[in-house]
Design a protein around this ligand. Structure first.
Ligand code: BEZ
Length: 211
């Protein structure tokens, strides 16, 4: 059965470039990004892994553990890591999981047989500290992902987990947000004594809450 938003992310144990990883222990109490790439020593994957390594300080700031996964062997991961450092200017600084039997890839539906029978597509799962799936995105092998977008969604997820708000189209951290429909006007007045913009009764806009 497919893993959907709101489901508990399945646990697993796998070898990685940073040693054996028990997923639940590794992410305990943190946010996590688990993403698959189709194959080592391929161009798009090389650029994605290098860019994700560059973003590591941004993930750290948000208390997010990052894990990459493919069905390649651990030895291949290690050899490829030096190519990533050489061509992308940033060395791998997060674990790459070696799912050689494809067990985790199948658990997370990262293999789409009508796209490729053995290789993973480009899946991204954002998992909350409660181990629930908060975001799931899938790209084909030929299209590199936008990891800035992954950070943007994490900002939204972390904000909306804390405050009863939602974030509008193309929202970026610091911009105005929408008061959640679950907050009635009486409760909203207590939270936002300065008021809000209300172009429609269901569209109530306030500055992004801080803290
Ligand atoms: C790539 O990363 O460039 C790639 C990987 C697998 C299939 C096609 C492209």
């Amino acid at each position: 059965m497919a893993i959907l938003i709101g489901d508990t992310a399945p646990d697993f144990e796998l070898d990685s470039t940073e040693g054996p990883i028990h997923f639940y222990d590794y992410i305990e109490g943190h946010w996590a990004v688990l993403f698959s790439h189709p194959k080592n020593f391929t161009p798009v994957c090389t650029t994605e892994l290098g860019y994700t390594a560059k973003l590591k300080p941004e993930f750290d700031k948000r208390d997010v553990k990052v894990l990459g996964l493919s069905v390649d062997k651990l030895e291949d991961h290690a050899a490829w890591a030096s190519d990533i450092a050489e061509t992308q200017g940033t060395a791998l600084n997060f674990p790459l999981l070696a799912d050689t039997k494809g067990e985790v890839a199948r658990k997370y539906d990262m293999i789409h047989p009508n796209a490729d029978n053995t290789l993973t597509v480009r899946s991204v799962f954002v998992i909350g500290p409660d181990k629930k799936v908060k975001l799931k995105i899938e790209y084909p092998a030929s299209t590199g992902r936008n990891f800035d977008e992954v950070i943007r969604v994490i900002d939204s997820l972390q904000l909306t987990a804390k405050h009863q708000v939602a974030t509008p189209v193309n929202w970026k951290n610091g911009e105005d947000v929408i008061i959640a429909g679950s907050v009635n006007n009486e409760a909203a007045k207590l939270k936002y004594p300065e008021g809000w913009k209300e172009p429609k009764p269901y569209l109530r806009i306030v500055p992004q809450p801080r803290g």
